[in-house]
Design a binder for this molecule. Sequence first.
Ligand SMILES: Nc1ncnc2c1ncn2[C@@H]1O[C@H](COP(=O)(O)OP(=O)(O)OP(=O)(O)O)[C@@H](O)[C@H]1O
Ligand SMILES: [Mg+2]
Length: 322
Amino acid sequence: MLDARPPVLEVTNLKKHFPIKKGLLRRTAGYVYAVDGVSLTIRPGETLGLVGESGCGKSTVGRTILRLTEPTAGDIKINGTNITHLDKSALRPYRRQMQIIFQDPFSSLNPRMTVYDILTEPLRIHRIGDGDARFERAKELLDMVGLDRSSLRRYPHSFSGGQRQRLGIARALALSPQVLLCDEPVSALDVSVQAQVLNLLKDLQQALGLSYLFVSHNLAVVDYVADTIAVMCRGYIVEQAPKAALFKDPIHPYTKALLAAVPDPDIDRPLDFAKLRSGRFSEPAAWPAPFGLNDGDAGTMTEVAPGHRVRMSGALVAQEAA
Ligand SMILES: Nc1ncnc2c1ncn2[C@@H]1O[C@H](COP(=O)(O)OP(=O)(O)OP(=O)(O)O)[C@@H](O)[C@H]1O
Ligand SMILES: [Mg+2]
């Protein structure tokens, strides 16, 4: 069923090319095409899973959407407002609407700050509430993520990995965002804890109507949380479809190879990307027609069924005009 609600996040033709500097004079010798024309849309309460091998550009997509990294090209809209070129102060209210949860709950929390300081820091930065209101909010956030209120005076090192990730989630929720960018939020955790944290994220989504951009290299994790899945390879989204369609009817050779590598997705069994690389499945020039991409041909996302789009060779003028 097609969803007519306006998107909370709409990204069009996003590109991030990092210069490669060489020699004493640090001349630009070329570019890493980390993200090369990514378009995606997320509606309220929806989860878009972004899956792909290490280095394909998943984190760069997330960081560029948040403008932690400046995009080379493209547009980022939050609730219809184009934030791509807003300056720091104009960007501030939109920063509140989109927060990030990082992979590593150990390094993403300042070890010298108490839980109280960690949870109230975003409120202080955005000058929200007085001391009492912030204290109440900190307790509420702990309730939301299933941690004890007595945790407020403790330091991050005294928590387990799963508990620290709960703190990371609580901090991300402090400003009541609409969109959470989850960058591998469970991949550093024990398998037994992963499911608990994923369930927490699902419960929070239900309760708060959150939208997620969920980055993972684990197809089982994405399968568990996402409504729509985008498969990324070498800076491109190569296929995007509602979850059921992607698993049942994959079309792109890279997606097919990905699924063949894990016929039965399991959180415990991550994808074998080395096998994909050795089979040259992640080599765009080696993809068979009509999917192969060469220099100067980034292909075009072509709709093959409602909501199911696949990147095919060549620029399809009719599609782009539509
Ligand atoms: N600040 C940077 N400067 C130069 N190159 C960068 C920078 N950040 C990322 N890259 C390059 O961009 C490409 C995409 O990196 P990115 O971190 O987005 O991949 P990823 O899909 O998140 O990988 P992983 O699964 O390992 O987290 C890589 O080739 C990486 O080396
Ligand atoms: Mg990453």
